[in-house]
Design a protein around this ligand. Structure first.
Ligand SMILES: Cc1cc2nc3c(=O)[nH]c(=O)nc-3n(C[C@H](O)[C@H](O)[C@H](O)COP(=O)(O)OP(=O)(O)OC[C@H]3O[C@@H](n4cnc5c(N)ncnc54)[C@H](O)[C@@H]3O)c2cc1C
Length: 553
């Protein structure tokens, strides 16, 4: 007879932890099953930058930003482009999330002890029409302590519940099947994996030493997305929208983000998977010079000034500007038949504009030390992690003039696609646009626009200048790879996280939360994300499903 608890939660990432806290705080007993070791609890959120999409906050107001639920919803709809019958619940979930992000979300998190960096970031600006894709205003609130700072309040609560016996965490327990009784999901079976001594994020063994079966009244699938399995990413790749998948990709997520559990829920419990072809991969990936997981790539979060060139040296057209429109840029790059592109910039731009995504790439903010932040961000030179990439990263070329730069770029790729004279002409044409405080070039106009936001002028956008002005040198070229990250589709759920079958009926006893459920509903982003909405979706869907499930028990 399988041991029973009120709830089983599959996956100890942010979404699973939030759901487990809600269940435990409603007095229910919870068992969390996690395939990785106990040093991996927290999942991807540990590695994240901790950026949260919040609307009309004190942080925004202090920076002079006027935001509203209406503007945020307009932006969301323009980005999502919901156009499928099955978008009913994703859209309803998105609407409820935007209300939450503009309403009680900040107070809830603030009450749990979370705080945010005072300068609000302007991610994914879109750069086309008012009712099209992108954030009209800065909304990316970086949590003090980055990803670990987002996890901390939930880990504290879980620890308390573990101590009192209400929550049990079984690590190295990989779920391989769901059990059902008379149409109701009744538990999970799987393998106990051999103890692991690898560091957090490193690939762990899949050696099995035992099997298990646990029963429960409800099962919450919180197993994350598919970005760590490139074969799966390629199998679902939307060729008609983005073109053929790239030959080479880097991984922006650990290997355990394998998506297996989504298929298990479909096979064993008749769960419907929707929007599997919607995904969010970045175009600014560089190979990590000190990799943790296989094919480990880091995303550059760029300011707007780097010149963006395709593999042949041709400038990408607007709105394919750094930080503006991720998927349009991805399509543009893939249309060239190459799987990489280039940033061309200089020392002044790298110092002010390059940020790297990830908690470990931002040790100053992760450590929650103001002194470390001020030292790293305001002293001369780029922040130390960025300088380290410039010095040691395989994708960086540094040179004193254009001829050397072009030679370095060709040497790096082994292809002779960059013509030094054409490169010089492209840069010179751009440089002629910065002489005035106005320009016809869309990128230069965007830079002037960005600098009218105080946060960008202070921290993120270099003063417009000529790239060929030696005062701002040396010149730098960065080869950018496609980096897998987020799964925008997944298990089809209603707004309370109940997993639906192919007819749209709730499957008794089964919930889906976080990235496994497309961050809510089976894909509440639609086709495009506004950033900060991934952690936000885990918080929202985990909380909502945990509360609903607790109320059913
Ligand atoms: C470097 C980086 C930076 C990011 N920055 C941001 C940001 O600033 N803002 C933002 O909004 N988002 C960000 N994200 C995205 C965000 O962190 C993730 O989308 C989110 O944390 C996913 O949480 P989750 O709980 O749904 O899944 P996960 O964190 O993937 O957790 C799922 C867990 O389930 C376990 N599991 C899977 N299958 C099984 C199984 N069969 N049996 C047992 N256990 C299983 C996995 O091992 C894993 O621990 C970032 C992600 C990364 C990697």
């Amino acid at each position: 007879m399988a041991q029973r608890t009120d709830a089983l939660v599959i996956g100890a990432g942010l979404a699973g932890l939030v759901a487990a806290v809600e269940l435990a705080e409603a007095g229910r007993s919870v068992r969390i099953l996690e395939q990785e070791g106990d040093n991996s609890v927290g999942g991807q959120a540990h590695w994240s930058l901790g950026g949260l999409f919040l609307v009309d906050t004190p942080e925004q107001r202090r920076m002079g930003i006027v935001d509203s639920a209406e503007l945020a919803w307009q932006d969301w709809l323009g980005s999502a482009g919901f156009d499928r019958v099955e978008d009913h619940w994703p859209r309803r979930t998105a609407e409820a999330f935007v209300e939450f992000a503009a309403g009680g979300m900040r107070d809830w998190l603030h009450g749990l002890g979370m705080r945010w960096f005072p300068v609000v970031g302007w991610a994914e600006r879109g750069g086309a029409m008012a009712d099209g894709h992108g954030n009209s205003v800065p909304r990316f609130h970086i949590t003090w302590g980055t990803g670990p700072g987002v996890l901390a309040p939930f880990l504290r609560r879980i620890k308390k519940h573990v101590k009192h016996g209400r929550v049990v965490i079984n690590c190295r327990h990989r779920v391989d099947g769901l059990t059902t009784t008379q149409g109701r999901v009744a538990g999970a079976t799987g393998a106990v994996l051999a103890p692991s001594n690898v560091e957090r994020g490193q690939r762990s063994s899949r050696d099995e030493i035992d099997v298990f079966e646990y029963g429960a009244e409800v099962v919450v699938v919180a197993s994350g997305g598919i970005g760590g399995d490139h074969d799966k990413v390629r199998a679902h790749w939307p060729v008609e929208r983005l073109g053929a998948p790239p030959a080479r990709m880097l991984s922006g997520v650990p290997h355990h983000v394998d998506g297996r559990m989504i298929d298990i829920a479909a096979d064993d419990a008749r769960a419907a998977i929707i929007n599997a072809d919607r995904m969010w991969h970045y175009t600014e990936g560089v190979a990590n010079w000190s990799p943790i997981w296989p094919a480990h790539g880091i995303r550059i979060i760029p300011g707007p000034s780097s010149l963006w060139l395709d593999a042949t040296g041709r400038r990408l057209p607007a709105p394919c500007l750094p930080g503006f429109d991720t998927l349009t840029t991805l399509r543009e790059i893939l249309a060239t038949g190459h799987d990489y592109s280039w940033f061309v910039l200089d020392q002044s731009i790298i110092e002010k504009e390059f940020a790297l995504s990830g908690s470990e790439q931002n040790p100053d903010m992760t450590s929650q030390s103001w002194r470390a932040v001020l030292r790293s961000r305001l002293s001369s030179g780029a922040p130390p992690p960025v300088e380290a990439f410039k010095a040691k990263g395989a994708d960086f070329v540094v040179a004193d003039d254009v001829a050397q730069l072009a030679a370095g770029m060709n040497r790096l790729t082994g292809e002779r696609l960059i013509d030094a004279r054409e490169l010089e002409a492209t840069i010179t044409a751009r440089d002629r646009q910065v002489v005035n405080g106005f320009a016809k070039d869309a990128q230069i106009t965007a830079i002037h626009g960005a600098r009218r936001y105080r946060g960008d002028r202070l921290f993120r956008v270099a003063k417009p200048h000529r790239l060929l002005d030696p005062v701002h040198g040396p010149l730098i070229a960065v080869r950018l790879h496609i980096l897998t990250r987020k799964t925008l589709g997944g298990l089809h759920t209603d707004i309370d996280g109940r997993v639906l079958d192919g007819r749209g009926e709730a499957i008794p006893g089964l919930y889906g939360v976080g990235e496994a459920a497309g961050f809510g509903g089976g894909g509440y982003h639609g086709y495009n994300a506004l950033e900060g909405t991934f952690l936000g979706g885990c918080l929202f869907s985990g909380r909502r499903a945990g509360r609903h499930a607790a109320g059913q028990l």
